[in-house]
Design a protein. Sequence first.
Length: 257
Amino acid sequence: MSLPLWSDDTFNPGSIAGLMISLDARQTSTLLDTSDAIISVDNTAVKTWNDTSGNANHFTQGTANNRPVWLTNVINGLPALSFFPGANVSNLTATDSASMNYTQFYTAGVVVRKEVKVANERIWGKWTVTGNLREHSLVVNFSDVFVGMGMVSPDSGGAATLATSASTFAINTPAIIEFWYDGSALFIFRNGTQIATQALASINNSTGNYMLGSRDGLAEPFEGYIGAFRAWNVLPTASQRLANRQDLARTWGITIA
């Protein structure tokens, strides 16, 4: 199965300047198995998820037991990567690069949560505790609510600034989650509706790697599915964010506000 990188001819995420990461689980040509072959079979472990932004920010996992699994029918009939499959914690990591430098950022993903774990679950972010390379991260916390975390620059190992939602992350309900920083505040949107914001004067732009499914050391794993993930090293305009959101909604069959 090989589907276009975007849902129709009217939108291309690369048309918005600053795209640093673009991942789509529908594109089997970007997914490599343990033997570095293109994935074609359901329930296959993913060694590499190749970035199509043009920046070569590819996500990999070198340890076989810690790889997510590609499933063909997860989000409204479309495929996704299953993180924390079975009893094994999993994640994917992209090495920091020049394209990941930012003073503002915008991230958007299509995600589904499997079950309530009553624990912090890192969905995505640049959040390496070792060496104090904390930057930003999207989390589902102990209370099952979304938390957007940002570390004030420079990172001194102190407390992070948190944008915390009031509503919980429902189980087995596909959602488009957007998390961004505009230079003065963190924001989280779910399906086009703002659910959290918090002022933040500046943000740490360090050399930590980008991770999907956990933070460094496989800590605080996300037990859920990711169908698509896009990230920009600038903040797109409101109309550009809307275009991206609408594209994800059309593609993945999710209703947005």
